[in-house]
Design a protein. Structure first.
Length: 457
């Protein structure tokens, strides 16, 4: 697929890296020659230097014969104009636009062939806010991913002492919970993936990804770690777009406080939020944290746009008694380093956004894609089409499907009913198939499985 990415910022660079590994024809456009050179030195891609919304620059990048254009610069207005020009002058078939301002996102009538011809709108702030909300709603989880409108969830947890399954084989799950069906999709042990079998032993410190119907998630988690108490008191450092959106999502259920340094922004937040307490100050000020009873805070979230400030305030909050700490980290190089220490969860806004983008890039009828383990693995929901003559999966038992190495089918959703994957289940037309892939180099093989051909006799 020929894809043009407008913007060599952190999200654009991470997206280019993901897509270049999958044999796509990628061109990145940006006015910054230094960023482009750094990308070209490490990736097999083309680059074009210039203003991304200029017609001549888009033409030189190949907009006339591109399959897709992804406008992901830091300027909403530039992204909008670039998509308009790509449609008006070059009839680029699919246009994805990153928008940060809620003023645009809240007006869906803007985006149509008769108005601004954008096929898909991606809002990083919205994606990150919803992602964090799921982690807060499921205490103890490292990652929570929804499939089939939330009927099924894939959850990552760290196995800790107190979990009933520690030092036992996975097959013991069936004995412990005879009425709950679940499947362990993958285990990461000391940052290396393990494809689990029934006799695989869960060790303390393992990062375990399991899939289950939504109503069974907490029961399965209790097998892997002590169940955390529900959160009540939440403190957010940073009242920017993400902090505001998250507070608006949480304030009906939790007691929320926001600490914001900019006084005018504090006044704005006070007007927009209903029950959130807005505090003017510095989240790394010890006296302020003591005065706001940081030791009674269930979860502290550092959500400013400054990595160093987020890290320092998180470490301080943790050492002063905050129950759990989540930190927004824009620099991908920091994420693994930070999460292995006192910070419980490091959140990468790039990875949260890239999952949404990949959903629209995948071939076949793919309805959900999530990037896991900071991009090392992927979870995908695809719809099976065709029949036993035209499809490589329809009409076959799961155990007979020739899956790419490192791929696990976790569940099937059929007519809003959840079936945890077992080898004897036969895939039918229109089934939603949820898969976990630890080697992203195999993505193209997996896509071909779900593409309908003329015949496969």
């Amino acid at each position: 697929m020929k894809i043009i990415i407008l913007g060599a910022n952190k999200v654009g660079a991470a997206l280019a890296e993901n897509l270049a590994k999958e044999a796509n024809d990628i061109t990145v456009v940006d006015p910054n020659s230094v960023k482009l050179r750094e990308l070209k030195d490490r990736l097999d891609i083309a680059t074009v230097e210039g203003q991304v919304s200029y017609p001549e620059v888009l033409e030189s990048a190949g907009a006339r014969d591109a399959d897709m254009l992804i406008a992901i610069t830091d300027s909403d207005e530039v992204n909008l104009i670039a998509c308009q020009i790509a449609f008006s002058l070059f009839r680029t078939p699919k246009k994805i636009c990153r928008l940060r301002s809620n003023s645009y996102v809240a007006e869906p009538k803007l985006f149509s062939p008769e108005a601004i011809p954008i096929d898909v709108v991606i809002s990083p702030e919205q994606e990150v806010s919803l992602y964090i909300q799921k982690l807060i709603d499921l205490p103890g989880a490292l990652q929570v991913l929804d499939f089939s409108d939330g009927l099924v969830q894939l959850v990552g947890v760290k196995a800790t002492q107190g979990g009933l399954l520690i030092n036992q084989e996975i097959s013991a799950l069936r004995e412990h919970m005879p009425n709950v069906d679940t499947r362990v999709a993958a285990i990461f042990r000391r940052n290396r993936p393990i494809i689990p079998a029934g006799d695989t032993v869960i060790e303390e410190g393992d990062e375990v990804f399991f899939i289950a119907a939504r109503e069974n998630i907490r029961d399965v988690m209790s097998e892997l770690r002590r169940v955390d108490k529900p959160y009540k008191k939440i403190m957010i450092a940073g009242g920017g777009n993400i902090g505001e959106r998250l507070a608006a999502l949480l304030e009906k259920t939790y007691r929320v406080k926001i600490i914001e340094m900019d006084y005018e922004r504090c006044r704005d937040l006070t007007e927009k939020l209903k029950s959130t307490t807005v505090l003017h100050g510095d989240a790394s000020d010890m006296e302020m944290l003591v005065g706001e009873n940081i030791e009674d805070t269930d979860i502290f979230l550092a959500l400013t746009n400054n990595d160093d400030a987020n890290i320092m305030s998180s470490l301080l909050a943790k050492r002063m008694g905050a129950g759990r700490v989540m930190t927004l980290i824009a620099n991908p190089a920091y994420v693994d380093l930070i999460q292995s220490g006192e910070i419980d969860i490091a959140i990468s806004p790039q990875q949260a956004t890239i999952g949404s983008l990949l959903t629209h890039v995948r071939k076949g009828d793919v309805v959900n894609v999530y990037s896991l383990r900071r991009g090392a693995a992927e979870a995908m929901e695809a719809i099976a089409h065709g029949d036993k003559h035209t499809s490589k999966v329809v009409g076959k038992q799961i155990g007979d499907i020739d899956l790419p190495e490192g791929t696990t089918i976790g569940a099937i959703v059929r007519d809003n009913k959840v079936f945890i994957a077992h080898d004897d289940i036969v895939i039918e037309t229109d089934d939603h198939v949820i898969m976990f892939l630890v080697d992203k180099k195999r993505i193209s093989e997996l896509e071909r499985l779900f593409q309908v051909g003329l015949t496969f006799f």
